[in-house]
Write a protein that binds this ligand. Structure first.
Ligand SMILES: *[C@@H]1O[C@H](CO)[C@@H](O)[C@H](O)[C@H]1NC(C)=O
Ligand SMILES: *[C@@H]1O[C@H](CO)[C@@H](O)[C@H](O)[C@H]1NC(C)=O
Length: 402
């Protein structure tokens, strides 16, 4: 009784292991297709290029999407590479194969052109692009077209000077694997990369594009994307507060030094400089070539506010003085306030109110000291305004124009 199951198992194993299909349920077309593959593919050695001299490969890159690493170092471009070339070894006569004129073959089974991406300007660092498995279409004339997909990486020149309106230049360089490589890439259109609809990525837009073709040498072509940060919201958050703080510091200089308000406003401005720095520190990218100039503006503004506080202390002391002033102060006052200069000096403060007792004695001195303080205040205010103006043009980032 044990023999019967053993025989059964033996038969089952034998049947499943059998190489020859007993029933051929392929359609006639599939049969011809498989016959063609069997005869065609082994004839074309995929390790050797189709021509001994040179194979022209017409190519077109299509950008599908892109993104930056979180740390803004690597730019990733999801690319479709359309390629077309002639491989005479893959020709056949359709009449011999039931009229089949086209075959779809995996790029792993036929020769495809090698393309090297040079990652840096130095020639040493490069890597051969390995594509994902893709179908290629081979026609009976030996014309092969492939659409290969790949996420390419490039290190961009990260320059944060104009942050948050910074632009980055990301370049991809491609070329031959070896000097004696027998492939030349040619391009149908004037642009190597088409990117219809793909120029808007997460956080960045591609605003400019350029490419170069090099007829000789290892590097055959390159292309660059100029990316602009999407900074509509960030721009307002980062650019407006420093300007408001600068205005507060400047306007506080018009207040009388006698009043406590002036000092309070300056201290308020100073504190807010630091609060603001803390607020934006999480938004600022940590890695990059240059310091964002908006930070330089802020740092300088802190110094200016400190200077304004110092001036306020010194002036409040000068303003309340009752001792006889030095001769040069009298001469200076005379030079300014007894000419048209007096229309320029603003604000001109009233003399400090003294005690009733010694008013007569010191009122003349008091007006000299108040005029002198007004003069110093005006000069410092004017200087600070000029410095802020220069800083505004030098350090406040603007939207780039392309
Ligand atoms: C380039 O143009 C030729 C002729 O119009 C076409 O056969 C080929 O497929 C094109 N190449 C690419 C990559 O689109
Ligand atoms: C971007 O960089 C490449 C390579 O360094 C350069 O050829 C190209 O002119 C640059 N583009 C711009 C707009 O600066």
């Amino acid at each position: 009784m044990i023999v019967f199951p053993c025989v059964l198992i033996f038969y089952i194993i034998h049947l499943t292991k059998g190489d020859d299909c007993v029933i051929d349920n392929r359609s006639p077309y599939t049969a011809w297709d498989q016959q063609l593959r069997k005869e065609l593919i082994p004839c074309a050695d995929k390790s050797k290029p189709p021509n001994a001299n040179n194979t022209n490969v017409s190519a077109r890159f299509q950008l599908k999407s892109f993104y930056f690493d979180d740390n803004l170092i690597n730019f990733h471009a999801n690319i479709w590479l359309h390629q077309a070339w002639n491989d005479p070894r893959l020709k056949w006569d359709p009449k011999e194969y039931d009229g089949i004129t086209e075959l779809v073959i995996s790029n792993r089974n036929i020769w495809t052109p090698d393309l090297m991406q040079y990652k840096t300007t130095t020639f040493q660092e490069f890597y051969n692009i390995e594509y994902f498995i893709a179908p290629c279409t081979v026609s009976n004339t030996g014309f092969v077209t492939c659409v290969l997909r790949r996420v390419l990486e490039s290190v961009c020149s990260v320059d944060l000077k104009d942050w948050p309106y910074d632009t980055q230049n990301c370049t991809f360089k491609f070329g031959k694997v070896t000097k004696s490589d027998l492939v030349t890439f040619v391009f149908n259109s004037t642009r190597i990369v088409s990117m219809f609809g793909a120029e808007y990525g997460p956080g960045w837009n591609i605003i400019d594009y350029s490419d170069t073709k090099y007829p000789n040498g290892m590097i055959q072509f390159d292309f660059s994307f100029i990316l602009e940060r999407q900074a509509e919201g960030l721009g307002a958050i980062v650019v407006v507060p420093p300007l408001v703080l600068a205005a507060i510091t400047l306007l506080s200089m018009t207040l009388n030094v006698e009043s406590r308000v002036r000092l309070s406003i300056l201290c308020f401005s100073l504190l807010n400089h630091f609060f603001f720095l803390q607020e934006i520190s999480s938004d600022i990218p940590k890695l990059g070539l240059n310091t964002p100039t908006v930070l330089i503006f802020l740092r300088s503004s802190v110094v200016i506010t400190l200077v304004a506080i110092g001036i306020t202390f010194v002036l409040s002391n000068l303003y309340k003085r009752t001792i006889p002033p030095h001769n040069y102060i009298l001469i200076l006052n005379e030079k300014v306030f007894e000419t048209y200069g007096k229309y320029l000096i603003w604000p001109r403060w009233k003399p400090y109110k003294l005690d009733e007792s010694n008013q007569d004695v010191n009122s003349k001195f008091a007006s000299t000291w108040s005029d002198f303080s007004s003069l110093i205040n005006f000069v410092s205010m004017f200087t600070i305004a000029i410095v802020y103006m220069i800083m505004f043009f030098a350090y406040i980032p603007r939207k780039p124009e392309f």
